[in-house]
Design a protein around this ligand. Structure first.
Ligand SMILES: Cc1cc2nc3c(=O)[nH]c(=O)nc-3n(C[C@H](O)[C@H](O)[C@H](O)COP(=O)(O)OP(=O)(O)OC[C@H]3O[C@@H](n4cnc5c(N)ncnc54)[C@H](O)[C@@H]3O)c2cc1C
Length: 401
């Protein structure tokens, strides 16, 4: 693709799930790819670490199911190519007040069928008798082993010829003298690339602001918590992935989600979907998650009191970050301005991007290499929802393109 004056065809900044998948997708398409990560590979300071992420096809917004279907295909391809197993299929349960429009749309989009929870999972759930809907998508759910999945894509990227460097912080991206971009690191190293993909998660607003003349992307980092709760004695076997217990989303206030007992026997992950604002470079590790554990405990006491123990709080807590956009939709676009189509941004995954990683990586790589996301277009993925210019007029940002 690019002229020979460039060190690389595609330089990817950030080795979370999105950057790692992008580097793999670029190298798979014959591009000379460089993946740069500020911290150690597989570190716990961003958004892609841990043992589990939900994959589900129940989505309220129409733009996501085609992307999930494409991602599922690519997860399977990567598993086959690497020999790793990272996805455990389970059913997906969506539940909440029947009046919740997002829930109703998600059920419709996935073809989930209403079920009697008592018949299906014994007394594990205690939903309200009236006004509540509970629907299961039999083949739509699953649990992804997050850190292992990122490692898988990094290994595959290297196998395809990508260069991966960690402990390398990018501090500058400039237009190159002969076109393309020059990427500068905090130690003064420079890499010349035909194209650059920025996939720096919660650091996106900061990096884009500094490289793109003050352009403000309204991507707000949130401090979230991964919470593991003890399953009550004798109930452990009932809530396992192996026994067919589902991933679930409980809509309404609070929005709570869960993956079945899998990575830590005897414990189940039940989280709150959100958290307080944070600065990714200055986090309060002790209490940064706010009162989310109490919020989740109250939910458990109401809806799963016979199966999950809340006394003493969660057994294990891990900090993580969401990168929230005002509409919770992703940012997948060319940076524009003086960079035109030479810099592509993939960001703002708003707490639901992991499952889409391989699809997003393919999109970002193809936008960088070909100027358009061909595979996604063939799969019916509509990228118009993810443009930067949708933020124009938003009080949080003055993004332009
Ligand atoms: C608790 C929690 C639960 C979640 N659950 C789900 C779920 O069930 N299902 C789902 O689909 N999604 C889920 N998500 C969301 C999903 O994990 C994220 O959308 C996804 O991991 C975002 O990946 P990323 O690559 O954009 O960001 P990150 O993983 O943060 O990667 C960005 C990388 O860029 C690096 N970087 C930053 N600045 C620089 C720089 N200047 N130079 C070089 N490198 C840099 C960072 O160190 C980091 O490694 C969850 C997220 C959290 C936090």
């Amino acid at each position: 693709m690019a002229g020979h004056s460039f060190d690389f065809d595609v330089i990817v900044v950030g080795a979370g799930v999105m950057g790692s998948c992008t580097a793999h997708a670029a190298a798979s398409r014959g591009a000379r790819a460089l993946l740069l990560e500020r911290f150690d590979l597989l570190h716990h300071l961003g958004s892609s670490h841990g043992e589990s992420r939900t994959i589900r096809d129940a989505y309220p917004k129409a733009q996501y199911p085609p992307m999930v279907r494409l991602a599922r295909r690519l997860w399977a391809d990567a598993e086959a190519e690497s020999g790793y197993s990272v996805l455990t299929p389970v059913p997906q349960l969506s539940m909440g007040p029947r009046t919740n429009a997002s829930l109703v749309a998600a059920i419709r989009s996935s073809g989930a069928e209403e079920v009697d929870l008592a018949q299906r999972w014994g007394g594990a759930f205690r939903p309200p008798k009236d006004g509540w809907v509970t629907a299961v998508s039999e083949h739509g759910g699953g649990v992804l082993n997050a850190t292992k999945a990122v490692a898988m894509f990094q290994a595959l990227a290297v196998k395809k010829g990508a260069v991966v460097r960690d402990k390398t912080e990018v501090v500058g991206i400039k237009k190159g003298p002969e076109g393309g971009v020059v990427v500068t690191t905090s130690t003064g190293e420079e890499f010349r690339g035909a194209k650059c993909v920025v996939a720096v998660g919660a650091w996106t607003s900061k990096l884009v602001r500094s490289v793109a003349g003050g352009l403000e992307l309204p991507i707000q980092p949130l401090h979230t918590m991964v919470l593991y709760w003890r399953i009550k004695p004798g109930r452990e076997g009932e809530l396992t992935a192996e026994s067919g217990f589902p991933t679930f989303s409980s809509y309404g206030d609070p929005h709570v989600y869960s993956t079945p007992s899998l990575e830590m026997p005897g414990l189940i992950k039940i989280n709150y979907d959100g958290g307080p604002r944070c600065d990714p470079d200055c986090r309060d590790w002790a209490s940064g998650g706010g009162d989310v554990a109490e919020v989740v405990a109250r939910w458990i006491d109401e809806f799963m009191p016979d199966h999950v123990e809340t006394a003493g709080g969660p057994v294990s807590r891990q900090s993580c970050m969401y990168s929230m956009t005002p509409d919770k939709d992703f940012v997948i676009d060319f940076l524009g301005g003086e960079f035109g189509n030479d810099v592509v941004v993939g960001a703002g995954f708003s707490g639901h991007g992991f499952k889409m990683g391989p699809a997003v990586g393919g999109i970002l790589a193809e936008m960088a290499i070909y100027g358009e996301a061909r595979t996604a277009a063939e799969a019916g993925v509509e990228l118009g929802h993810f443009r930067i210019n949708r933020f124009e007029g938003n009080p949080l940002g003055n993004a332009k393109n």
